[in-house]
Design a protein around this ligand. Structure first.
Ligand code: EPZ
Length: 435
């Protein structure tokens, strides 16, 4: 039986929230254990469905995993030890990769360890077609023969050893940057990636690889240089905080006219663009320390804004649905251009059912905002970030809002109901008899 969320009535979010470890940093960092000739000990790993799915894949490949499963340790993440000294397989099956496309990045480490790999093509998903051509073209440049057979990428390294190469991406891709960066750590010679993705999660992965003895320079810029080494050794690493989770709660504080103190993330080095936009809209954001901020509405009226999603350091696509929800309740017209994914407006019909007035023209959403627009309704979560936007809308609606199919939320928001209830919300997670 699927689960649903029931939110009761309007709530001001007041209090403190500790931001969890970042899903999108933890996933590639866990994958990087495949390169390690020893044990990688990780901390600040969030308790999430996507992490469990990835661990299932790694154990299938022969990685020995030890998890500190103490769930009472809320908000401090899991500690996980991964040992990939005796891998047993190089096949990542469709049944797992189709559930979570981030698992496609096992391709690079498997090629580096075995000289061959078979990884299912991930296929499209709710937000777009999401091809992997940038990954595959780059591997070919590193001396890999690639064929696609029965939905699988079958890859083998021509002379048994990956070769360093000068690779220019036709556009920045987070996953391709991670895939190539990991493979290049054990390749012969130097690999240079230009037009690389610059997201903070790329820097976190590079820092973890370097802690294992890799030689990665320039992560966080457009040009990354990786000098191949013979092997990577045991290391300990703590995963960065989740900037998308943090931004979701920041937006929640403004929407509910609340007052939140958030900690556990280097806010100003990961969310600069978002902070700038929220301040323009009318947020009052106080820096308490590098890792702690306080956010509430400022004194003036909230203002509409035009937003364009872009690769980092631009405005993130992963915080598009949340800001659209906020803009729906600000008097005046706002627009959002979604430039990263072609189908990332699935939340619009659901937000409109709750009282928003949003129309879509191609990749542009026009939001005719109106204060107090949200009314309660029964709605359906469609993807991870869309789901949290419905929760935020529900916190601003009178009476009961019911959100179905919340497994999407469980993929990416650790202890969401507990964290929000700790700040005054009234959210219940229950089984949905109708699903
Ligand atoms: C990562 O996905 C994130 N996932 C996504 O977060 C995020 O939305 C996205 O980056 C953009 O920031 C993880 O980190 C696990 P891309 P990824 O490769 O790596 C096109 C969330 O909600 N492209 O940077 O798959 C692609 O179709 C998720 O947590 C190609 O055309 O994203 C897209 O339009 C969802 N060919 C654009 O590039 C390729 O070979 C950016 O994709 C690869 C990508």
């Amino acid at each position: 039986m699927l689960k649903k969320i029931v939110l009761s009535g309007k709530t001001k979010l007041n209090g403190e929230i500790k931001i969890s470890g970042a899903k999108n940093a933890a996933l590639p960092i866990i994958v990087s254990s495949l390169l390690c000739n020893g044990t990688l000990k990780l901390s600040n790993i969030p308790h999430l469905l996507d992490i469990t799915t990835l661990i299932y894949l790694l154990t299938h490949l022969g990685v020995k995993v030890r998890v500190d499963g103490d769930l009472s340790n809320k908000g401090n993440g899991k500690v996980m030890e991964l040992n990939a000294e005796s891998l047993t397989g190089y096949n990542a099956p469709y049944s797992i990769v189709s559930q979570m496309r981030a698992s496609f990045i096992v391709l690079g480490p498997l090629l580096a360890r075995f000289g061959k790999a078979e990884v299912s093509l991930p296929g499209g998903c709710a937000i777009g077609s999401r091809p992997v051509d940038i990954h595959l073209t780059a591997f070919e440049q590193m001396g890999v023969d690639i064929t696609i057979e029965e939905g699988y990428v079958k890859a083998s390294v021509k002379d048994g050893k990956l070769k360093g190469a000068n690779i220019e991406f036709r556009q920045p891709s987070v996953g391709a940057t991670q895939n190539i960066m990991m493979a290049a750590c054990l390749a012969e010679g130097i690999t240079r990636i230009s037009n690389a993705a610059m997201e903070p999660e790329i820097i976190d992965l590079a820092n973890c690889l370097n802690a294992m003895g890799a030689k990665v320079k320039g992560a966080g810029t457009l040009d990354i240089e990786i000098e191949g080494v013979k092997e990577l050794h045991s290391a300990e690493y703590s995963v960065m905080g989740d900037r998308i989770e943090a931004a979701s709660y920041m937006i929640g504080a403004i929407m509910t006219d609340g007052d939140l103190t958030l900690s556990g993330l280097d806010f100003y080095n990961t969310l600069e663009c978002v902070i700038e936009k929220l301040k323009y809209i009318g947020a009052d954001i106080e820096k308490i320390s590098d890792n702690k901020i306080r956010i509430k509405r400022g004194n003036g009226k909230l203002k509409p804004i035009d937003i364009i999603t872009e690769p980092y350091p631009g405005y993130p696509t992963d915080i598009q649905a949340q800001i659209m929800t906020l803009l729906s309740m600000i008097d005046g017209d706002s627009t959002i251009d979604e430039t990263i994914f072609e189908n990332r407006f699935m939340h619009v019909p659901e937000l409109n059912r709750m009282g928003a007035n949003i129309s879509i023209m191609g990749n542009k959403a026009v939001i005719e905002g109106k204060e107090n627009c949200f009314k309660n309704a029964q709605v359906m979560a469609t993807d991870l970030r869309a789901s949290v936007s419905l929760v935020l809308a529900g916190l601003c609606a009178e009476n009961k809002t019911e959100i179905g199919r919340i497994y999407h939320l469980e993929r990416g928001y650790e202890f969401l109901a507990n964290k929000l209830n700790g700040c005054g919300a009234n959210i219940e997670v229950m089984y949905d008899k109708n699903q």
